[in-house]
Design a protein around this ligand. Structure first.
Ligand SMILES: CC(=O)SCCNC(=O)CCNC(=O)[C@H](O)C(C)(C)COP(=O)(O)OP(=O)(O)OC[C@H]1O[C@@H](n2cnc3c(N)ncnc32)[C@H](O)[C@@H]1OP(=O)(O)O
Ligand SMILES: O=C(O)CCC(=O)C(=O)O
Length: 379
């Protein structure tokens, strides 16, 4: 994959569109700062058409001189363009529905009307001194040949970027690659994939789009965003590194802290098993896994958690084996013998089923003491 790849993080736009999520100005600023600090070079910061309060935050983010490209989102209308031009954004993104369904149902329009909108609106932004990205909303349900006409019109008008939005998250990686490749051969401006996760395929589709010729990808921290969310920043960064050997320029050790910041600001809990940033994704209980890890961490390590500033953790539970128990006991200075070990393992299993958790150190010590052989029965 010879071309360059850039993340356009939209936590502050599509991420904040998550139902029930509303960042304060301070939270938006803090999120912009941690993203920039981690090396994200482009951020979709908000929607100027929402009004003065939103514009003020966008202005404040710009005042911080974070060294990132700022994009604002707007509909392809005169009013939204006027609001966007009043912002300090570098790129104004103009979205227009492109599926027949959305054009007709939302706007009472057709393809010809949509095509006619591109040139005058792009020109208006360019005349306002800003660069333009054209967004094809609901592109995954649109006629691919029509998408190419929109793409060509955007390029002709002077847009620097085209965004392909799988608005409803209905594509798979093969379909994504096919349509992105078709667009790639139609135009040579920047091409952004905007994938949603309704079928759990946003990251896969983002990687497929990169492979097929996309230059940019929308991401959000923790995969925040409309409904099931967008492609998670942390997944795209780590998957590009480990699957394609491509450095997205984002400091991976910063990802857990960014995730936590967005979790706090959004009020959306990150699932324990959320890839990359979930609390439990480097925690192991199963006996065979712990035994393998104790012998060589590479046995059950797809990538080193140290890349995220994290470490493996092992816990005892229903699925523990004797090596794990011996290791956990050694850590608290206890040494069960051959006869005690099976009883202790059985007690640990019962404990896990009764409490639905792992024993902590003092509980393990108690289980150890309870299962010690009674001297009266020793030969
Ligand atoms: C797929 C996406 O994520 S698109 C991004 C969507 N993001 C948001 O909606 C979040 C922020 N939105 C808002 O604050 C408000 O919805 C605003 C300020 C943008 C607009 O508010 P309102 O003017 O009150 O309109 P409302 O949201 O109720 O309806 C949307 C209007 O935009 C029109 N519209 C929707 N998309 C487009 C478009 N791309 N181009 C032109 N018009 C559009 C709709 O047809 C409707 O117009 P109508 O009033 O003539 O029927
Ligand atoms: O910017 C666009 O064109 C699309 C907006 C969006 O968030 C989506 O379609 O999911």
């Amino acid at each position: 994959m010879p071309q360059s790849f850039t993340i356009n993080d939209t936590t502050l736009r599509d991420g904040e569109q998550t139902a029930g999520v509303a960042f304060t100005a301070e939270e938006k600023l803090a999120i912009a700062e941690v993203l920039a600090g981690a090396g994200v070079t482009e951020i979709e910061v908000g929607i100027p058409a929402m009004g003065e309060a939103e514009l003020d935050v966008i202005r404040e983010i710009a005042r911080r001189n974070l060294g990132v490209t700022l994009m604002v989102w707007g509909r392809m209308t005169g009013a939204d363009i006027a609001a966007s031009l009043a912002s300090p954004a570098d790129i104004v993104h103009l979205a227009i529905p492109v599926s027949d369904l959305q054009l007709a149902a939302k706007l009472g329009r057709d393809r010809r009307w949509a095509l006619e909108q591109i040139a005058p609106h792009v020109l208006r932004v360019l005349e306002g001194g800003k660069e333009v990205s054209v967004g094809m909303e609901d592109a995954s349900r649109a006629d691919p040949n029509f998408l190419c006409r929109i793409a060509e019109a955007a390029q002709r008008a002077g847009a620097r970027r085209l965004r392909f939005a799988d608005t409803l998250g209905i594509l798979d990686p093969f379909a994504t690659a096919a349509i992105v490749a078709k667009l790639r051969s139609a135009v040579d401006i920047e091409l952004e994939i905007h994938a949603h996760d309704d079928l759990g395929l946003a990251t896969a589709n983002t990687l497929a789009a990169f492979r097929a010729g996309a230059s940019h990808a929308s991401t959000t921290v923790n995969g925040l965003g409309e409904r099931a969310g967008n492609a998670p920043l942390e997944e795209v960064v780590m998957a590009m590194r480990h699957i394609h050997g491509i450095d997205m320029g984002v400091l991976s050790t910063a990802l857990p802290a960014i995730s936590l910041r967005v979790e706090q600001a959004s009020g959306r809990r990150v699932a324990a098993n959320k890839s990359i940033v979930g609390e439990a994704v480097f925690t192991h209980e199963a006996g065979i896994h712990v035994d393998g890890l104790l012998k060589d961490p590479h046995t059950y390590q797809g990538f080193d958690p140290a890349e995220l500033g994290r470490t493996h953790r092992t816990v005892l539970g229903k699925h523990s084996g004797s090596h794990a128990v011996l290791s956990a006991c050694a850590a608290i200075g206890c040494v069960p013998d051959r006869t005690q070990l099976p009883r202790l393992l059985e007690s640990i299993r019962r404990f896990a089923m009764d409490t639905k958790r792992s024993p902590d150190e003092s509980e393990l010590r108690n289980l150890y003491l309870e299962t010690m052989p009674d001297p009266a029965f020793q030969i």
